[in-house]
Design a protein around this ligand. Structure first.
Ligand code: FES
Length: 85
């Protein structure tokens, strides 16, 4: 996982992130600096139910399930959910 994150962190081009989102397989374009919250709210899916409040992992307003685990999407980079279910 760490190797994968390092590889992605050095790639500066926008990339397509593939994941299962609300039961559908989707591909979403994201830049390396996009947090998962940003992509979900302001990207193609426009899922504004995912809120951004503190932005530092304290409030839980941005909580989403990634591979069955509750995570703060403000603390995840979009590329980290590549292949997520
Ligand atoms: S916005 Fe508060 S935990 Fe993510």
């Amino acid at each position: 996982m760490v190797e994968r994150v390092r590889e992605r962190a050095t790639d500066c081009k926008p990339q397509m992130i593939s994941m299962t989102l609300n039961g559908e397989r989707v591909s979403i374009q994201a830049n390396e600096t996009d947090r998962l919250t940003d992509v979900l709210r302001h990207g193609e899916p426009s899922l504004t139910g995912t809120k951004l409040s503190c932005g530092i992992g304290r409030c839980g307003a941005c909580s989403v399930l990634v591979n069955g685990e509750l995570v703060n999407s403000c603390l995840l980079m979009a590329y980290q959910v590549e292949g997520a279910l």
